[in-house]
Write a protein that binds this ligand. Structure first.
Ligand SMILES: NC(=O)c1ccc[n+]([C@@H]2O[C@H](COP(=O)([O-])OP(=O)(O)OC[C@H]3O[C@@H](n4cnc5c(N)ncnc54)[C@H](O)[C@@H]3O)[C@@H](O)[C@H]2O)c1
Length: 470
């Protein structure tokens, strides 16, 4: 299914593209600095001409009123990340929702310690969350439920006039990817996937160095989600109704693309001057999860998903990306975070930097020494990370600060009426690699064309929004 086929289904709606309040409200965008303002203006012009949701802005919302759906492991962390924003009057949690009453109550007990206003509570049925989406005193829905709900909940939210911020991945079928694009373009509501790794200190530092030319031309990158999840997958209670391991029984490919691909896509200007073109994907055989399941006498066995999936992506401008997914094998966590350019190379876990300085007059083979590395780290740290140091260090949870920076940016951009750092095209593109990898794996690793969800607006070259300091 390509863009034309899918979006033709909503052809009537497209008559309204470009005439919506969100697009016409661009005059309200505060001009923080000339470069940012110029970029926003150009992007909006492209958006207006194409009906796109690129660089979408909405009227500023001085205090963002939020409903959270899903209060398991992740929803509780996301709620916690709002403490500073609530205390500084930038946000208010209006409603909490989960299938389970005890999870809602537990999170509400915490909320009462950080917010004066009481939240309304919704629980007890699979559809109770719809009442949250239908309220007219909510601006933003935060979704942290199992994967199968992400697309329907996001769409229902936008159809009911809400901005939506959804956990990863926002979709895992191509049809759902296109549905999200269609609804976002028609409703002109923000639809952001909460890809927190894009807001990590190390990734922001690398992006800043790339922007300032330290890497020269970037030609290759490697990202991954390598995380031994066997204990959690097999546990009876860690995931509600053990929803996550069920995906491993029936599907084979990369189910968790976005932690690796989000930052790498920013490094490579994907959607901002370059675009994915095609991919090939291969999975290894499966053994490690079966062995762990056997050892624990688990009711689960016969897993379809290989232990390691490797996907290679080529971009329109000739860059290559290697993306890996392994949550079965016992070993240390890694997102690889490798990026190679004509002037520098970074490799993560642990972070090291190589600088190919012309004045060296030799072909170097060594990573920078600690002191040299530190100097680069200090010189090129993203100003945002420095600005938020205090709030980040106050957080005992939230993946070392990146979760806070992500939520801070989301709420502050909505407060100011600015385009968000991750737009709907990023969200869908990064997620679409899941079904495309599954298709390639199922067909002898055949090469698969990656749809252009942006309708050609990727050619509009611009900086990643997360480089803005507001
Ligand atoms: N970005 C990250 O670092 C990160 C980390 C962990 C999880 N996640 C993502 O967060 C999401 C949730 O994962 P989790 O670990 O919190 O799982 P979980 O099972 O702990 O939480 C899911 C919650 O959703 C609730 N739920 C299920 N159906 C519902 C419905 N119809 N209405 C309302 N609530 C419903 C469950 O009761 C449960 O409390 C997943 O998409 C996962 O990929 C992201």
């Amino acid at each position: 299914m390509n863009r034309k086929t899918f979006l033709n289904l909503g052809a009537k709606a497209s008559l309204f593209f470009g005439l919506t309040p969100a697009i016409t409200s661009c005059a309200n965008t505060p001009e923080k600095n000339t470069a940012d303002a110029e970029q926003i203006k150009e992007s909006l012009a492209v958006a207006k001409a194409t009906g796109s949701a690129l660089s979408l802005t909405a009227n500023p919302i001085p205090k963002v009123r939020i409903g959270i759906i899903g209060l398991g492991n992740r929803g509780s962390v996301l709620l916690n990340m709002h403490e500073w924003l609530i205390k500084n009057d930038h946000a208010q949690i209006v409603a909490l929702s989960d299938l389970k009453e005890d999870k809602v109550n537990k999170n509400n007990d915490y909320l009462k310690t950080i917010q004066k206003e009481e939240a309304s509570l919704y629980f007890g049925s699979e559809d109770a969350w719809k009442k949250v989406a239908e309220r007219d005193d909510i601006d933003l829905l935060l979704i942290a439920t199992p994967w199968k709900y992400h697309t329907p909940m996001s769409i229902y939210g936008m159809e009911n006039g809400k901005h939506v911020a959804c956990e990863v991945p926002i979709a895992y079928t191509l049809e759902d990817c296109w549905k999200i694009i269609e609804v976002t373009e028609r409703t002109q509501k923000h639809c952001i996937m909460l890809e927190n790794c894009c807001f990590n200190g190390e990734e922001l530092w690398i992006l800043n160095m790339i922007d300032q030319g330290v890497f020269g031309e970037v030609n290759h990158a490697e990202g991954a989600y390598i995380h031994d999840l066997r204990k959690h997958l097999l546990d009876d209670v860690y995931y509600e109704d053990q929803w996550r391991i069920k995906h491993h029984q029936t599907r084979n490919g990369n189910f968790y693309t976005t932690h690796g691909l989000g930052p790498v896509s920013f490094y490579m200007d994907i959607g901002r001057g370059d675009m994915y073109d095609h991919l090939v994907s291969m999975s290894s055989k499966e053994r490690s999860l079966s062995l762990a399941a056997e050892a624990q006498n688990s009711k689960f066995n016969n897993f379809a998903c290989g232990d390691m999936n490797t996907t290679l992506i080529k971009t329109k401008l000739g860059k290559s990306i290697m993306l890996q997914f392994d949550v079965h094998t016992g070993r240390p966590y890694s997102r690889l975070n490798t990026v190679t350019g004509t002037k520098a190379v970074h490799q993560g876990y642990p972070s090291k930097l190589f600088i190919n300085e012309p004045e060296l007059k030799y072909w170097g083979h060594n990573w920078l020494k600690d002191e040299e590395y530190k100097a680069y780290r200090e010189k090129y740290d993203h100003p945002l990370w420095n600005k938020l140091k205090q709030q980040i260090s106050d957080k005992s949870i939230g993946h070392g600060g990146m979760d806070f920076v992500m939520i801070y940016r989301l709420i502050r951009c909505l407060n100011e009426g600015l385009p968000l750092d991750i737009n709907v095209y990023d969200s869908v593109l990064w997620s679409s690699i899941t079904p495309l990898s599954e298709a390639s794996v199922a067909n002898n690793s055949t090469s698969i064309q990656i749809p252009d969800f942006t309708g050609g607006t990727w050619k509009n070259k611009r900086k990643a929004e997360v480089l803005r300091t507001i």
